[in-house]
Design a protein around this ligand. Sequence first.
Ligand SMILES: Cc1ncc(COP(=O)(O)O)c(C=O)c1O
Length: 351
Amino acid sequence: MKKISLFKSYVSMRSILEVCVVLLKSNYGKAYLSEGPQVKAFEEEFAKKFGFEHASAVNSGSSALDLAYELIGISSGDEVVMPVLTHPASGLPVVHRKAKVVFADIEEDLNVSVEDVRRKITSQTKALVFVHFGGNNRGLKEMLELAREKGLPLIEDAAQAVGSEFWGKADFTCVSLQAIKTLTSGDGGFLVCKDEEMHKKAKRLRWFGYDRELKQKLGDTDITEPGFKYHMSDITAAIGRGNLRALDWLVAHRKKIGAVYMRHGISAPIWFAYTLSPKRAELIEFMKSHGVHTGDYHYRNDKYSIFGGRQALPVMDRLESQYLLLPLHHGVSVGDVERICALLKQFNESK
Ligand SMILES: Cc1ncc(COP(=O)(O)O)c(C=O)c1O
């Protein structure tokens, strides 16, 4: 019985070779292990691939999010509205800044309820966050309009969105290149700022606050804004560059098997497929007994006391025990998806 994992990392042969070159060259003083030409090339290739003016490479999607909040200037007493179903990294930088995360409910497709975001906006609101859950972009257009109407900056948590059709449209777009993402560099990320000045500031803040564009000796460079150590290394960039070359193939495969899920009535954005089941715990065990790994990863974030405790969010309340993520990656074939869907049917008919 073929075992099918829920997620699987992809490392192209090109990535392996590029990393070896960086490591070997560095031994002879001819390459950087930290940030160097590989990072610059990766930034240019990434921006070109997705039609961005520019992109700042960072060491994780979490760092990209942290920088976005820093650039907006979120501080004590501010409120930031975001969907309740996401990764804790979407909201933790808000808590670090002694500001408040305000959770909005979701809709049936697990993405944010834009209507609820609108209801949750107050005079304290300083930013809105859209999360592409599983790569789903439903609601982004409406969130862009809402942010414009209210004069608020919009952060797109696009950690799971690379390869989808519609993303990277907000003032700040945060990408994750973490190990199991469609495009990975092991760990890593990108921050894309619409505004040129914000982009330049992001580049300073990701490396302590030094302005490397000045091309000065470090000892002569002043630090006028406190930055972070969020830059990407050339080793990471080498992995990412190799994998970027394979992205079209990876995305085409995901779309092909996603189409099979959808033929069976199962939602399949780019990063994972998902279904709803009132008997989720039993279904997980049933699938496991047939070698298929499924799960309920990514939880409602108001379960974490750091965010202030559980709230009444009717759709999330109803779906929280039901949503189930299904495998959708390069290691899954069309035949695998047919088998997964047949198993789901068998389970549902037996209940
Ligand atoms: C929606 C979302 N936001 C943020 C992150 C954090 O990204 P990273 O792990 O690269 O820090 C993730 C990671 O899975 C995520 O899924």
